[in-house]
Design a protein around this ligand. Structure first.
Ligand code: NAP
Ligand code: ZN
Ligand code: ZN
Length: 348
């Protein structure tokens, strides 16, 4: 089936309309009429080929929410009309140890990324959610609680699960001291989710103008990371640091903020590496870790939690024609706190 999308043809090329081919639904497929798709900073990194290996033409978008309009004959979990989501993955081998452990993102054969990748045949390119429709196996489709605003729910499919997963991996609970670094799409979800888990959250930001927002989002404290005194004042304070910065920065400085045995989890993926000194880790048995999105079951658990607690992203809705401008604003840290494309503005 042919569907409308917006694509970029080479790194840094402006986005423009493009008609793409989606497969005819297989027995286990769900056809989704996309309502909204979030703009993740990973879309910017990949559309600009900042990580290498980008595939063009590229239709980014892995924060998809829409309604089911058709299901294959073997689909058991969804029916037309259901509010659903699709995140960063659309398939995996379904049989390896990692898939069996519900860590499809680490599939031993390599999962199928929603865009800038291929289907499991390793030939057919995948195209993401900056588009009107998508066809996905029901195993990779998430149920979105009807109580949630669909535009605000879209970013949960990446920003939500990416911050939920490390909070759960480190068993975040009431009273924990959690620092969130970088107040953008991931950062604002980390604050909301950690606060909903009862943690005492401190927001670290380079933007003084975001202090009031940090408090409104649930942070108990706000610290300017551009002020060296911040790192003296809050030394040894935190159990967990969630680092969402998209640009190179000094990890050592933040490691100094951890309590002994505390952990810093890197989520942001700057295009260039940063050095980590051994003393930064050894003094206080600190743990420096990373975390990549989350598995499908874990994503459903996060969506259900958000449904119960009324957690959604703060979004600014943009049209398909505004994507280039939205990317430029993200590069300046000027996003409050997620751009979401209204898919009804695409094509026609
Ligand atoms: P975003 O909305 O653009 O937010 C990034 C924030 O980082 C900015 O708002 C800004 O916050 C801060 N920042 C930007 N440049 C900075 C600099 N030079 N120095 C210090 N702080 C800076 O991006 P996002 O969508 O949240 O994504 C953040 C990163 O996570 C990206 O690298 C993305 O690729 C990555 N990511 C990783 C995963 C994963 O699975 N691990 C999943 C999704 C995204 P302040 O204004 O508050 O300083
Ligand atoms: Zn993302
Ligand atoms: Zn697998």
């Amino acid at each position: 089936m042919k569907v409308h999308a917006i694509a970029t043809e080479y790194p840094h090329a402006p986005f423009g309309p493009r008609v793409i081919e989606r497969r005819e639904p297989r027995a286990d497929d769900v056809v989704i009429d996309i309502a909204f798709c979030g703009i993740c900073h990973s879309d910017v990194h990949q559309a600009r080929d900042e990580w290498g290996g980008a595939r063009f033409p590229m239709v980014p978008g892995h924060e998809i929410v829409g309604r089911v309009i058709e299901v294959g004959a073997g689909v058991t979990r969804f029916e037309p009309g259901d509010l659903v989501g699709v995140g960063c993955m659309v398939d995996s081998c379904r049989s390896c140890g990692q898939c069996g452990a519900h860590h499809e993102q680490f599939c031993e054969k390599g999962c199928s990324w929603t865009y800038n990748g291929t289907e499991m045949d390793r030939e057919t390119p995948t195209y993401g959610g900056y588009s009107t429709h998508v066809v996905v196996s029901e195993r990779f489709v998430l149920r979105v609680p009807e109580s949630l605003d669909p535009a605000g729910a879209a970013p949960l499919l990446c920003a939500g699960i990416t911050t939920w997963s490390p909070l759960r991996q480190w068993g975040t609970k009431a009273g924990d001291e959690v620092a969130v670094v970088g107040l953008g799409g991931l950062g604002h979800m980390a604050v909301k989710l950690a606060a909903a888990m009862g943690a005492n959250v401190t927001m670290f930001s380079t933007s003084p103008g975001k202090a009031a927002d940090a408090e409104r989002l649930g942070a108990a404290g706000f610290a300017l990371s551009t002020d060296p005194a911040t790192f003296e004042r809050l030394k040894g304070r935190f159990d967990l640091i969630i680092d969402t910065i998209s640009a190179p920065h000094d990890y050592n400085q933040y490691l100094g903020l951890l309590k002994p045995y505390g952990a810093m989890v890197v989520l942001g993926i700057p295009p260039v590496a940063s050095e980590v000194g051994a003393f930064s880790l050894i003094a206080g048995n600190k743990r420096l870790a990373g975390s990549l999105i989350g598995g499908i079951a874990e994503t459903q658990e996060m969506l259900d939690f958000c449904g119960e607690h009324g957690v959604v992203s703060d979004v600014e809705i943009v049209s398909g024609a505004d994507v280039d401008a939205a990317y430029e604003r993200m590069m300046k840290g000027d996003v409050r706190y997620r751009f979401v494309i209204d898919a009804s503005t695409i094509g026609g």
